[in-house]
Design a protein around this ligand. Structure first.
Ligand SMILES: *[C@@H]1O[C@H](CO)[C@@H](O)[C@H](O)[C@H]1NC(C)=O
Ligand SMILES: *[C@@H]1O[C@H](CO)[C@@H](O)[C@H](O)[C@H]1NC(C)=O
Length: 351
């Protein structure tokens, strides 16, 4: 209670100070325009615009972070997504998501009693009540926290990925559809290439590829002539597609030239996701623009790719159910490596 009163008193003080400043036309008065585009849904709150920003909505969730905190780094993608769900679109009438750099906003830190980062608090600006999030920091539990204290639900339609998800049911349409010249879609005529990334939710650099802030989600804007798709290699309903394009390692990237039908592929080296290389943003960019040389294989057509795989000395191993655990022939249960045993334990597939 004392803390609440303290906050209330402090806010009133600040508020009278703001009135002074307002009189001097220091602050633009009234409510700040809330950002709508995915790039500006992350609204900041600082010591000097504290009341102005909190006054916009009855409830605010504030994420207190520090630039040097590893847990914050790990949480940032989730936070970006949460900001998109609540601040994106038309936003909510009574709730907003904010972030504050604790190292630069001592007054906020004091007011909210922040002792460590990351910390998430909800403030009811009408009653000056503050609620602290203390569950496991997942998107789902934060959504529940917000719902419980503010009655606000997320708007999942605020983020529609420009990247198509492929599985065994829709890949043929995606791969073959628009490249035939008689295709009906008018957008197909401006498409020069299709790019497909194969990864799993836990492959390094690709864990958050479904979030708006991930580099992959920004590629369609950067390359309007390219259609992008993602294949979640851990889903069993993508194995036919993996086989079709002869992809056995993850993450991998495949580009199909829609004019010529030529295909280039870049597969990371290891067949074991635990030791696999990562596919970085820069590698993707150089691959898409055709500048990546090392590790890239080129084929004149899909048939050429499939033939090459069939005749290859290092024979293509057909992914079985779970694409990542393609085990070299001759292995029996007795001579599994530790990693393979681990995978078997984890995923229970017969090897
Ligand atoms: C968002 O606001 C616009 C303009 O006021 C309105 O036309 C649209 O229906 C609103 N969308 C939602 C989901 O409320
Ligand atoms: C493929 O599997 C994923 C995950 O289980 C699922 O979300 C998706 O709807 C499935 N696709 C089809 C066409 O069944």
């Amino acid at each position: 209670m004392r803390a609440l009163l303290f906050l209330w008193g402090a806010l009133s003080l600040i508020s009278s100070a703001l009135c002074l400043f307002d009189g001097l036309n220091w602050f633009s008065s009234g409510s700040k325009q809330i950002g709508r585009r995915s790039d500006d849904v992350e609204l900041h709150i600082n010591d000097n615009d504290l009341e102005n920003v909190l006054n916009n909505k009855k409830y605010s969730l504030i994420y207190f972070y520090s630039d040097t905190c590893g847990y914050c780094d790990r949480f940032n993608p989730d936070f970006g997504y949460i900001a998109q769900l609540y601040n994106g679109g038309n936003g909510s009438d009574s709730f907003q998501v904010l972030k504050s750099n604790g190292k630069k906003n001592k007054r906020l830190i004091q007011l909210f009693g922040i002792t460590h980062y990351p910390t998430l608090k909800i403030v009811n600006f009408e009653t000056k009540e503050i609620f602290t999030f203390d569950a496991e920091r997942t998107v789902q539990s934060i959504v529940e926290f917000i719902s419980h204290y503010t009655g606000t639900e997320p708007d999942y339609s605020n983020f529609e990925s420009p990247i198509k998800k492929l599985d065994d049911e829709n890949y043929e349409d995606f791969i073959n559809g628009a490249s035939s010249s008689s295709s009906s879609s008018s957008s197909s005529s401006s498409t020069s290439a299709k790019v497909i990334v194969f990864a799993a939710s836990f492959t390094r650099a690709w864990e958050n590829s479904h979030y708006p802030q991930h580099f992959f989600q920004k590629f369609p804007q950067q390359f309007p002539q390219v259609e992008f798709a993602f294949v979640n290699a851990e889903h069993s309903n993508t194995t036919a597609l993996q086989r079709y394009l002869r992809v056995a390692n993850f993450p991998s990237i495949v580009k199909i030239d829609t004019k010529t039908g030529a295909i280039s592929t870049f597969q990371t080296n290891s067949q074991n996701f635990a030791t696999n290389d990562k596919l970085t943003r820069d590698q993707c960019l150089t691959f898409i623009t055709g500048a990546l040389e090392e590790g890239v294989k080129k084929y004149a057509s899909l048939e050429a790719l499939q033939d090459a795989a069939a005749n290859s000395a290092e024979k293509y191993e057909i992914p079985q159910g779970w694409g990542m655990q393609v085990v070299p022939k001759g292995n029996s249960a007795e001579d599994l490596s530790l990693e393979e045993e681990y995978e078997e334990l984890m995923y229970g597939d017969e090897l």
